[in-house]
Design a protein around this ligand. Structure first.
Ligand SMILES: [Fe+2]
Length: 154
């Protein structure tokens, strides 16, 4: 989810690790400390407005090309570990101007379990430990095409 500061237009984005404010990725807006204010104009948090935004889920039957490019392929390595690859037939590009920036592992309550940061030219292939999870959600963030998600029940 994203929240807009109605005073200055700043957007708080739950999916992003805000290094300047020391807020971890997937920190819910309502879990921010009580006296959170806009980091730009100091507007109070009650004057932020929710922005409705969809994650593109890849569970549907007919995938078009943009889905294929961001397809979240999951391979079981053993009982505890998975390998996550982004891209159906070939991996998503990892160019400076178009790449997968982050891949997140969330539990069924949308709490962040693990996150991987990818640099330019690094293939979008990561490993996660899922041993404590019955259900999980993988989210990939593309620098251009935003958020892609896949829910998995073991
Ligand atoms: Fe993309």
């Amino acid at each position: 989810m994203k929240y807009l500061c109605t005073n200055c237009g700043y957007i708080y984005d739950e999916s992003i690790w805000d290094k300047d404010e020391w807020i971890k990725a997937w920190t819910k807006f309502f879990d921010l400390w009580n006296n959170y204010v806009c980091p730009i104009c100091w507007e109070e948090s009650e004057n932020f407005q929710e922005i409705i935004e969809e994650i593109n889920y890849l569970d549907k039957d007919n995938l078009i090309w943009i889905d294929l490019e961001h397809f979240i392929d999951i391979k079981k390595l053993d009982n505890w570990n998975i390998e996550v690859l982004i891209g159906k037939w070939e991996l998503h590009p990892s160019w400076e101007e178009h790449k997968i920036n982050h891949i997140y592992l969330l539990d069924e309550y949308w709490d962040l379990v693990d996150e991987k940061f990818l640099s330019t030219w690094e293939d979008p292939v990561v490993e996660f430990d899922i041993s404590d999870l019955d259900e999980y959600i993988i989210i990939a963030r593309c620098s251009i095409h935003w958020l892609w998600g896949r829910k998995v029940e073991q």
